[in-house]
Structure formats: C-alpha cells, structure tokens
Design a protein around this ligand. Structure first.
Ligand code: 6R9
Length: 654
C-alpha cells in the first residue's frame, strides 16, 4: 500500500476528469495492446487524422539495422502540412481564433488571429519567399522572437515545400552562422529585435554578423517588431511589411511526399557540434496531432498554452503543428515567467482562460521559490490539465504544481520525449492513469520501450528494472536522419545497442511497471531544460587564446536542474583571476549564446587522465557534485595528485 503522505504517492484522476476524457484506463489498455500487436493496422487508421492529397497505401517500412537504417511511414501518400494546419479548418472554423499572441509587456495588447487570418498571413509570407527565389526543397532559417510571424514563417515554408530550420533567438551570431552554412539556407527570416523580460535582443544585428561569416548566397527577410534602429543591406535584406503590402493573399499548397522533410532542427549530442535533426512531413504531423489531442486531452473550444519557444522542438510540435493540425486555439507568449513579476504566467492563464498549460520544471522551480501569493491571487479555475517537459521534475516541484497551481484538480502529464522523437513517447494520459510525482509513467500508443543493461546490452525483463532506455520499434514521429550525414544518424542512435533506437537517457521501471527517467547517461547536460553538449562548451573554451584545455560537466542546480561546471587549464604563463573568469564566461556567451554561460569555472593545473590520455569525466562529475568521497576506481589515473588539487579547490560546496 502506498502512503498518501509520501511525496510520491499516486494521484488518480477524478471521476469528472475520467468522464470527459478521450482515453480512459480500459481504452488505454486495449488501444495500447492493439498498437503493439499490429502497428500497421493501428497507424493505418490513425494516419487518417490528417488530410492527404493522395492517400497512402503503404504504412510502415522500417529497418533499425546498423548500416541499413531506414524509417518510412505512409511513404506513397502526399499531403501539405500547412494545408492541414490551416485550409482544412476554414470551412468549419474560419472565424475561430487559431493563435492568441500575448506580448512581452502586459501593457501591450494581445492579438487574436483567426484561421482565416492565419491563411492570409501564411499565404502572403509564402508568396514573398517565392519572390525571393525560394523553391521546394530549399532551406530557410528562422531566427525570430515569439511573435505570430514566426508561426507564419514556419507554415509558409511548409506551404511551398521549403525546409525550415529554426535557430533559437538566444543563440549567438556564430551559432547562427554555423546553421546557415550547415543547411546552405536561401533566406534567413528574422526581426529587428526580440523583446523578452523588458530587454531587447538585437536579432537583426546578430544576423548581420552571422551572414558576414557565411559564404552562402543568403537573403534576409526582416519583420519589424520594436522599430529599433537597424541597418539594411541593399539587395540582400527586405522588410516583411513592405513586401506583405504587395503580396498575393493566396498561395496554393505544394503537394509533398509523406517522407519529404518538413524541418531541420539542430540539437546537441554527446560528441561534436550540434546535428541537424530531420523530420518528415506525413508521419511527423500525424504523431504531433495525435499526441497533442490525447496527452493534453484537448477538446474542441479549449484554449491551450505551451510556454516553450518555437526555437525548440516543443514549440514546433506543441505550439504550432500539433495544435493547429487539430484546429485548436494555441497561445503564443513572447515573454518570460518572471516579468514584470512572478505572477505573469498565472495572469495570462486568467486573462485568456487557459485550459491546458504546458511548461518546464525549471520554470516551476523558479516560480515556486517566489511564494504562493503570486499564484493564489489569480483565478485559475479554467485550468484542466497541466503538463511538464524538458527534464526530470523533482517531487517537490511536482507537488507544488499539482497543489498550488492545479488546486489538486488537474492531472499532471509529465511528458518524456526528445527533439529526435518528434512527440511524446512516455507520458501518463489525463483520464487513464494515476500519476506519480516525478514519473513519466506509460508508453504512448505504438511505443515499445525497453530497458537494457548498459554494458551487456541485454534487455532487462520484469519489474522493477533499471538501465538505459531504448525503443524497440519505430513510430511515425521519429527523426529520419541527420541533415547531410545519415551515417552519423546511424552511429549516434543505432550502434550502441543493436536493433534499437538508443535515447541517451537512463530509466527505471518500478514494481508497478511505471517509467521514471533518471537523466542523461551521455555527455549531454540539461540546463533549464535546454540541451547542451559538454563538448560544445569545451570547444568554445579552448578556442580562447589563454585556455590550454577544458573539461565541462553538469552538476545539480536548484533552479536550472543542472548547472555548467568548467575545469579550465590555462596556457603557460597565464595567471588565474576573477577578471579572466568573467572574460571566459562572456566568451562562451558569445561563441554559443547566453544559455551556455558557465556557472562555475575552476582553475585546473591538470585534468585527471588515464594513461592513454582520456579525461576521466566520472571523477570530474563527482567533484563538481561535491561528492568526492565516492570517486570509485582511480587506479588507472596517470597522475593521482591532480585529483587532490581539484578536490581541494572545488567550487561547489553545497
Ligand atoms: C522535448 C525535449 C531531450 C532530453 C531527454 C531527457 C530530457 C525531456 C523529460 C526529460 C525527464 C521528462 N527530458 N523531457 N527528462 N522527464 N519529462 O525536451 O527535447 O530538448 O531534445 O531534450 O530532455 O534527458 O533526452 P530535447
């Protein structure tokens, strides 16, 4: 029996929630069993959620064998994602709000964009892109604030068959340049400035710096957001509002094959520079639409809000594609949770009568620390379902979210998924499962999770089980390749554990068979829900003229989940100083972006290495965690004295 006072005891949904739910416990069991027993049959039906120009006859054509990895869904069908997100709703809900836009400052007016208006805006943007020479299959980079034009830009690309690649507005000119070059983009769509939390990021100026580093033939389309002073390059840069006034408001959607790429999204891995995750048109859209409806128990007329940025996969699947494919009203928020104060999220929920609210544990923890009165002064009675994503949520934050924000009425869906997976893979469903604080609970339909013993790769059967999380078979939303490097795709996800998709996460299945994510098992760290490869930060650091060597690890951080801990060895003759720490921090911000800003920098006279010269990260992680009593086997160290120095001068003594 579970103790009801224990912080992780299960929370069953109320009878009212169950009565209105799309999926109940019995339905989940039946549908899940069917989806695993006969994936072809299951997805043949579910594929009909979207409108096809030419219906598919093939459903699934998949091989996870290393050297021969192929993933095809609905391959002979054709469709257009933009038509599915807009045109097919026009007859029935043309006057319904598609997008509610809430600006950074509560003093400014919100906008309500209907499906009919969304059609006009998207078509005009699509025609402008065509006029700038973009054709089917071309790449377009989007570097934008959270404004409706970002959604128009995505849908405009989809409409003409261009592949969009969104770069989060917090990334630096260097990071932007790498992505423009990596995809040989025809156009960068940006804005003058991006206001967030009362401060403006100079996007256009950043984009100018980025293009100066690219030898691609790339034009720029600039949306006016703040009216801030910017420079325009004659012949290369165009104002969106000027072209929009002349653009045709109709643009027929291009007929795309199901497997044509819809977008590329760069994400961090354990080695090397970020890779371009490629998603398909047909399978991705089916999966985003289905998970959006089922996981959030979305019903017609509901107001749905996901607080992510369109620069991350969560914004792609659960602000734009999933909700709009379902004809939902989706809220786009330009600001941050704590501006002008810690009540902002809850005021927006009250103002727009939000029914489903989806955010990240880091935001929940930050707001929890500000006190309950910021929540309790708002009317949150419209809320029905709460969601969390991006990193493991600690039971304390889960319970606060449940009790203080949800008033104990709203099921919490803790959705585990990745840029690579396109949509939710593990999550409870609001009307079907008793949730447990901190557990991602159950596989979504069609998902066959397996837990493997990390070293032998053997499947651990039965409960409880703990090991690395793999997925045994494909699902329609799965990434198809790494842009320009299919071999890297195979190597990253299919080589460690043969025949399986390897997630990079550790996982535990409890005695009841429910799943708990334990965090990354590779050199990826999760800072405020943002994925960061430690190798990326290291290569930024060693690019500094005073740095000889660097090793970067994660350590537990109360608000961010993980913080960035850097061990830095200086070039001979360089003296450590507080100024140099500041300089390095600033350097990394410029090389990658503010999200990669080091939290702690420790001067390391040397790094612990094996005799073959491999850095022993396990030891560095332990020291950063302030857990240096349990360093494990250090017998292979080349110079044991290095470790004593690192322990003595450790930065995290919490
Ligand atoms: C959607 C997204 C993916 C990594 C993933 C895992 C972590 C995401 C989680 C979670 C525990 C959850 N993660 N959701 N960990 N519980 N509900 O975040 O994609 O940016 O690619 O990050 O985030 O470690 O592997 P992405």
């Amino acid at each position: 029996m579970s103790n009801p006072h224990h912080p992780t005891h299960p929370h069953p949904p109320s009878p009212e929630v169950v009565a209105n739910a799309h999926v109940t416990a019995e339905q989940y069991e039946t549908m899940y069993a069917a989806s695993i027993a006969d994936p072809e049959g299951f997805w043949r039906e579910e594929g009909k959620r979207v409108d096809w120009i030419k219906p598919y006859s093939q459903v699934k054509d998949v091989d996870f064998t290393l050297g021969n990895v192929k993933i095809n869904w609905f391959a002979d069908g054709t469709l257009n994602a933009s038509a599915n997100c807009i045109d097919r709703h026009l007859a029935t809900r043309g006057d319904q709000t598609a997008i509610i836009w809430e600006p950074d400052s509560p003093e400014d007016d919100a906008k309500h964009i209907t499906y009919t208006e969304l059609h006009g805006h998207t078509c005009r943007m699509a025609n402008i892109l065509k006029g700038m020479g973009v054709t089917k299959g071309d790449r377009v980079v989007i570097y934008m604030p959270m404004i409706p034009e970002a959604a128009y830009a995505m849908l405009a690309c989809a409409r003409i068959g261009a592949i969009h690649s969104i770069v989060f507005a917090g990334f630096s000119p260097d990071a932007l340049a790498a992505r423009v070059t990596g995809s040989d983009a025809r156009v960068v769509i940006t804005a003058d400035e991006a206001p967030r939390g009362g401060k403006a990021t100079p996007l256009k100026t950043n984009a100018d710096k980025a293009l100066a580093k690219c030898d691609t033939d790339t034009k720029m389309l600039v949306v006016r957001r703040t009216g801030g002073d910017i420079a325009m390059t004659e012949g290369r840069d165009h104002w969106f509002h000027e072209l929009e006034a002349k653009a045709d408001a109709d643009c027929p959607p291009e007929e795309m094959a199901a497997e044509d790429p819809l977008f590329i999204l760069y994400t961090s891995g354990s080695t090397g520079q970020p890779k371009g995750v490629v998603h398909s048109t047909g399978g991705y859209l089916v999966y985003a639409a289905m998970t959006h409806e089922v996981t959030f128990d979305y019903h017609d007329g509901d107001i749905y809000w996901c607080t992510a940025d369109v620069g991350w996969v969560t914004g792609h699947s659960y602000i734009v594609y999933g909700p709009l494919a379902n004809g939902a009203t989706t809220l786009m928020f330009e600001g941050v949770p704590t501006y002008p104060d810690a009540s902002r999220f809850w005021q927006v929920c009250e103002k727009h009568k939000v029914n489903q609210f989806y955010t990240a544990p880091t935001a929940i923890r930050a707001l929890m620390g500000k006190g309950n009165e910021f929540v309790s002064k708002c009317d949150l009675s419209s809320l029905k379902v709460l969601g969390t994503v991006g990193e493991p949520i600690n039971p304390e934050a889960w319970n606060w979210y449940n009790d203080v924000v949800g008033g104990g009425r709203c099921p919490i869906v803790d959705t585990w998924w990745q840029t690579e997976t396109g949509g939710h893979l593990l999550t409870p469903l609001p009307g079907a499962h008793a949730t447990k604080p901190g557990a991602a609970m159950k596989p979504f339909f069609g998902i066959n999770p397996v837990i493997l013993e990390p070293t032998t790769g053997e499947v651990i059967e039965g409960n409880p089980a703990e090991g690395v999380l793999c997925i045994a078979d494909s699902w329609p939303g799965q990434m198809r390749s790494v842009w320009g490097d299919h071999e890297r795709f195979e190597k990253t996800y299919f080589s460690d554990y043969k025949g399986y998709y390897f997630s990079g996460d550790g996982c535990r299945r409890d005695a009841d068979g429910d799943y708990w994510i334990t965090g990354r098992v590779d050199d990826v760290i999760n800072v405020s829900g943002h994925r960061m490869g430690t190798a990326e930060v290291e290569s930024a650091l060693v690019a500094h003229p005073k740095v000889a060597e660097a090793a970067v690890v994660g350590y537990p951080h109360e608000v961010k989940g993980q913080g960035i801990y850097c061990y830095v060895t200086l070039m001979g003759g360089q003296e450590p100083s507080e100024e140099l720490r500041k300089e390095l921090r600033q350097w990394v911000r410029e090389e990658i972006g503010p999200i990669a800003s080091p939290d702690l920098i420790q001067w390391a006279p040397g790094l612990p290495k094996t005799r073959s010269g491999k850095i022993m990260r396990r030891i560095l992680r332990k020291i950063a965690e302030n857990d240096y009593g349990a360093l494990g086997d250090t017998s292979t160290l080349a110079e044991p004295a290095v470790v004593d120095d690192l322990i003595e001068n450790r930065m995290n003594r919490a």
